[in-house]
Design a protein around this ligand. Sequence first.
Ligand code: SAM
Ligand code: SF4
Length: 354
Amino acid sequence: MSAVQIRLQERTAKAPLPEDAPTDGPLFDRHGRVHRDMRISLTDRCSLRCTYCMPEQGNEWLARQSILTLDEIVRVAEVAATHGISTFRLTGGEPLLRRDLADVVAALAALRRPDRPIQIAMTTNAIGLDARLPELIDAGLDRLNISIDTVRRDRFRELTRRDRFDDVLAGIRAAAASPLRPLKLNAVAMRGVNDDELADLVQFALDNGAQMRFIEQMPLDAGHTWDRQSMVTREEILECLGERWHLEPIPGRGGAPAETWRLDGSDHTVGVIASVTAPFCGACDRLRLTADGQLRNCLFSTREFDLMPVLRGGGSDADVERVLRGCIWGKLPGHAINDPGFLQPARGMNAIGG
Ligand code: SAM
Ligand code: SF4
């Protein structure tokens, strides 16, 4: 076992199931939050190496045999949908690297019932999206979030360590021309890196019929190099955009991670995901399934609930449900990034599923 794998094992405890978790009803946690949104990471691999997410040389990839198969993913999703999960978001790593992506979408879409609508969304870097979008739409994909941190080609190459700007643009153009709406573009705001082009990014999104959303950088990089000082805060983002547009807050956020603002009284909007300076844990309705079959109740959790023994050891759907309910029940009230004792999870964002 490599040093990285040993560290990952030591730092990511396999959590025992809480004994007092409910056995029926909606997917509640101890703090009264009902869970409706499941993020499914399809792979930890990626076509880019964004500095805030992955080290230059990549990670020690998950072994292929430890990656959930299509059938295993759909089995977990079906149990989840039966008990109230109504949104599945496909992510990674880069979900477009998964060859059976359209089959995953189609299988999730097949879980829809007249009394059980299901939304299928995907977060992607858009490389190769132009070629695959028609099959994904045919399969039942509803929505796309595309990550783009800069509209400058040279900067893109530095930030992602790959010269794929044109591929991303092609993907965004294809998404803009498609019927999938709302279309959202995500950028991590970084001091001295892209904080001089926040307004340009908003304009780029508007030009492509999309909503721009800025994300505060979180301590989830695989290299563990996050530092609070270089993080651009929600306040700074709003101050910067406020110089160009009048920003009017849009109420009714619900459990959504982004707060949104209307631009100059128009229908155009911008969003900010301020996980660090304005955490929204109190309304969180999300859980995550990693590509290697671990359930996580929080991005920042250092504990995971292992579904593999159930999925590959002959467990029943009731056993899958028990792990789901236990994982959700064991969720902490908040992520504690701002506490002095905060411990960054061993996995980087690409391996958790953003
Ligand atoms: N590869 C796809 C992409 O980039 O959209 C999906 C996976 S990526 C991990 C999902 C989202 O997480 C992206 O929007 C990315 O910008 C964001 N992300 C990754 N590392 C982050 C960090 N340290 N802080 C904040 N957001 C991060
Ligand atoms: Fe890949 Fe997305 Fe991470 Fe960038 S943010 S390295 S595109 S997984």
